[in-house]
Each structure stands twice: as C-alpha cells, then as structure tokens.
Design a protein around this ligand. Structure first.
Ligand SMILES: [Zn+2]
Length: 290
C-alpha cells in the first residue's frame, strides 16, 4: 500500500491511519485539521484556572517570580513552593497548583483556606505539603508569605549537631535562631512529608516567632511579611548554609554575627530588598517569555 498525503498527515498527528477515502478527517483541509488537533492538545495541557478574586496581579507575579528565581538558583528543584496570604482575606492563602516551581505561571495560582482546602476547587492537583503553609498562616498572623524548600545547602544542618548561624550580613535574619523540627520526635517513623494539619501545626510550633525553621532530613521553611522577604530568606538561608559548611571545614572557631549585629544588618537588608528583587525579575524574564 502506498502512503497518501492524507495518511502521512494522520501519522504525524498520532492518529490511526484511515484507509477509506470517506474518513471525516480527510474531508477537512490540512489547516483545519492542524488547528483542531493542536488546539485540543493545548487545552488538555493547560488545566483550567479559577480566577483569584480581589488579588492584585503584582502579588501573583511575586509568587511566580519567587518560584522561578529559587528554582533558577537551585534552592528549589522539582519540589518546594512559594505562597502568599490573601491580601484582603487573612483566612485564605495563594499558591500554585501542584507543579515544578520553574514552570509556575499566574494561571496556576489557586486560593486555599487555612485548613488546606482549595477554594473553588476545579479538580486541579494540589501540593501534598500545603499544610506547612496553612498551619503557619494560622499560627502567625504577622506572616504574609511562606516558602518551603529542600535546599541542598541546608540539609546537613538538619541532621547534624551544628546549628545554622549567620556567617555574613545577608543572612542576618538567622541571628534570631533557626530551630530544627524533627518529625520523628512526635510522629514516629513517617514518609517525612507534612501531609496533614497536625504535622503542619507541630512544624509551626517549632518555628515559633522565628523567620526560619529547619526540617530534619527534609529542608526548611522561611517566612516573612512579604513574598519578596520570604524568598530572600530562602535564598540566603541556602547560601549561608553552604558558606558555613566551608567555614567549619577550614577548622578552628567560626566568628558568627552576634544577635545585635544580625538585627541591625537585617533592617538594612529589608530596606534595600527591591534592588535585588528587580535583578531577580530580570534573571527569570526570558523563561517567562517562552
Ligand atoms: Zn517538602
């Protein structure tokens, strides 16, 4: 059998080859067939989004930027998430549907209540560990953003006796302390994931009034009064951890920032945060343009 142009077209689109000339597909022109098939494929790839009411587009953009920047720096990989408290309803928060952070777009942002339930659930898949966010928003009215990472630099400090401490001014917020939450302490042997509210509540209790909590054998959580600050802290927690490992490896005593130095330096960092945030936005702009 000799392949006709119509049969080749069918093969290209992964359709079963129709040998009868009466095939309905064959009656359509190639342009119409192309539009129909690729249009359907695009619709399947893009899960339906539910508009988040009352939220400034700039806040959504911050969540997208934060997710992509932390992925670009390797602080997040295929896992981890950035969220923001709803600006007008403190009992709600915003985060992406279940998706690798480097792929998050504005259309992927969903709204959740503080029990971790999706609002206006469209059937989209959601993050298993969303209870990290919901329980911290419950416990900390001052927190407007939460970031959860599996930061490679931080992991050694979650399993060793060496406390994570501020080595330099950009990580000054660590001077207030970075407690370690061990899921096994109260919950025994688990799969290590914060998959329900009781686990999230326990994590939030260990965080206390701090900006960072480490999770034994898992990663960390940073919080802040804005997405920019929480993302800044997630990035510099990872950088500081890597530098601290190097400083410890050099041997001898390490001269850390004191709590007083940390408080003063953190005030300056927060005041100039937009400078680095604007640089980070440029860094991920090409990926958003795709
Ligand atoms: Zn995790």
């Amino acid at each position: 059998m000799t392949a006709t142009p119509k049969m080749l077209l069918a093969v290209r689109f992964g359709q079963p080859i129709k040998t009868r000339p009466s095939c309905w597909l064959a009656r359509l022109g190639p342009t119409v067939v192309f539009a129909l098939l690729f249009g359907f494929a695009a619709a399947r790839a893009q899960a339906p989004s539910v508009p988040v009411s009352g939220v400034d587009a700039a806040l959504i953009e911050d969540i997208v930027t934060g997710s992509r920047v932390l992925a670009d720096f390797g602080v997040l990989d295929g896992f981890g998430h950035v969220s923001a408290r709803h600006p007008t309803n403190p009992n709600r928060f915003l985060m992406s549907r279940s998706l690798a952070p480097a792929l998050v777009t504005a259309a992927d942002i969903m709204e959740f209540d503080l029990d971790g339930n999706a609002v206006g659930d469209s059937g989209r898949s959601v993050f298993l560990e969303r209870f990290i966010h919901s329980e911290i928003y419950k416990a900390r009215p001052d927190v407007m953003s939460v970031v959860h990472t599996h930061s490679p630099g931080v992991i050694p400090f979650t399993v060793s006796q060496a406390p994570l401490r501020p080595l330099y001014h950009n990580a000054a917020f660590l001077a207030a302390g970075a407690p370690v939450w061990d899921i096994r302490k109260d919950f025994g042997e688990t799969d290590m994931l914060v998959r329900d509210p009781s686990l999230g509540k326990s994590l939030a209790q260990t965080l206390g009034d701090k900006s960072v909590v480490l999770m034994r054998g898992h990663g960390d959580v940073t919080v802040g009064p804005s997405v920019k600050v929480a993302v800044f802290r997630a990035y510099y927690t990872d950088v500081n951890a890597r530098l601290q490992s190097q400083a410890i490896a050099l041997g001898g005593d390490v001269n850390y920032l004191t709590p007083g130095e940390g408080a003063k330096a953190d005030t300056v960092n927060l005041a100039v945060l937009d400078r680095i945030w604007n640089l980070w936005r440029l860094r991920i702009a090409p990926s958003l343009a795709k």
